[in-house]
Design a protein around this ligand. Structure first.
Ligand code: ADP
Ligand code: TRP
Length: 325
């Protein structure tokens, strides 16, 4: 299929720091896989990121870092349009228009808002209207498919509702986007067994150094069963990670867990080697790209032009339909 006839896939990534293996299995690797089947649009959600990162040099560094991460993972600029959200001002205009069709009680039901409110945080308006901006990201490119982690499913639902609301109010304009969620690894557990997340400090960094990986694996929390005791693989944090990294020997590990005879130390040793084998080539590729940052800047500029041309045409239609001109 030529890139023009492929269906459109789109996803955004916030520039919030170093990715971990949860990000990789839950979201990042999908973009690389999907670029064969879809015409992918992947962008750095720097405007969303501004809710948290309020320092210019940090914003620049983290935004560029995300682009480098994806290129290292195999995102191919000849197949995927890679761009910065803030290079497309039409997104923020559409976000305003969608906001006028959205009620406050509706947005107050969003998980992200409720979580922030439960923590009794002073929530900024940007956090409150986060799902509206995200809907604009998606709808402005006519995206059919949006690969995201499970926790973003509600945001996709909101985007679909907004497309429908606009369509019934002003006439058929937007496509309802579908989410693609990889159910089998929907949530990757961290070294303490909770969801792996930057905010829990329980991550294994995707491009980590050997030392970091060794330390993270050593820190995986287990119960105190002795090596010879039978163990339930489904209740063990090490085994949960074997499912991702030790697929070739998984039945053997599982059998030894159930029969007894595999200690947590041995299990960790095996896991550590598998994670190192996985991470090392990715880390080397990333370092090579880091040595040629001007190429990365050029890829982002070119991607921005392609994405913006499409956004201008779409917003033009929206402006006409809403009577803004
Ligand atoms: P974090 O929880 O570390 O702050 P983000 O919220 O930045 O991660 O998530 C970025 C993307 O990675 C999202 O699409 C999210 O669904 C996915 N993701 C994050 N953590 C995990 C996890 N433990 N398992 C699966 N997917 C995850
Ligand atoms: N909210 C997404 C996240 O936290 C990032 C994002 C912003 C996004 N805009 C998007 C994802 C549009 C998919 C489509 O991971």
């Amino acid at each position: 299929m030529s890139s023009e006839t492929k269906p459109i896939g789109l996803s955004g990534v916030k520039p919030t720091g170093r990715p971990h293996i949860g990000n990789y299995f839950g979201a990042m690797r999908q973009f690389v896989a999907l670029q064969e089947e879809y015409r992918m649009f992947v962008f750095i959600a720097d405007l969303h990121g501004l809710n948290l990162i309020q320092d210019a040099s940090m914003m620049r560094e983290l935004s560029l870092g995300v682009a480098i991460d994806y290129l290292a993972l195999g995102l191919d600029p000849s197949k995927t349009v890679l761009y910065r959200q803030s290079d497309i001002p039409e997104i923020t205009e559409l976000s305003w228009i969608l906001g006028t069709l959205t009620t406050m009680p509706y947005l107050m039901r969003a998980h992200a808002f409720k979580d922030a409110e439960a923590k009794n945080k002073d929530i900024n308006v940007g956090t409150f209207t986060y799902p509206v901006l995200m809907a604009a990201d998606i709808l402005i490119q006519d995206a059919q498919v949006v690969p995201v982690g499970k926790d973003q499913e509600q945001h996709l639902e909101i985007a679909r509702d907004m497309a429908a609301k606009f369509n019934t109010t002003f006439g058929e304009t937007f496509i309802a986007p579908k989410s693609v969620i990889m159910e089998d690894v929907a949530t990757v557990p961290g070294i303490d067994g909770r969801k792996m997340s930057k905010s829990y400090d329980n991550t294994i960094p995707l491009f980590g150094s050997d030392d970091e990986i060794v330390k993270a694996v050593a820190g995986i929390v287990t119960d105190s069963r002795l090596p010879e005791e039978p163990k339930n693989p489904d209740a063990d944090n090490i085994f949960a990670l074997h499912k991702l990294f030790s697929t070739s020997v998984l039945p053997d590990i599982e059998r030894r867990y159930r029969e007894g005879g595999m200690g947590y130390k041995e299990s960790k040793d095996i896991l550590r080697e598998h994670i190192l084998d996985f991470v090392r080539p990715l880390r080397e590729k990333r370092e090579a790209i880091l040595g040629d940052v001007s190429t990365v800047e050029r890829i982002l500029d070119e991607g921005g032009k392609v994405a913006r041309e499409r956004a201008i045409i779409k917003l033009d239609d929206v402006r006409k339909k809403t009577g803004l001109r």
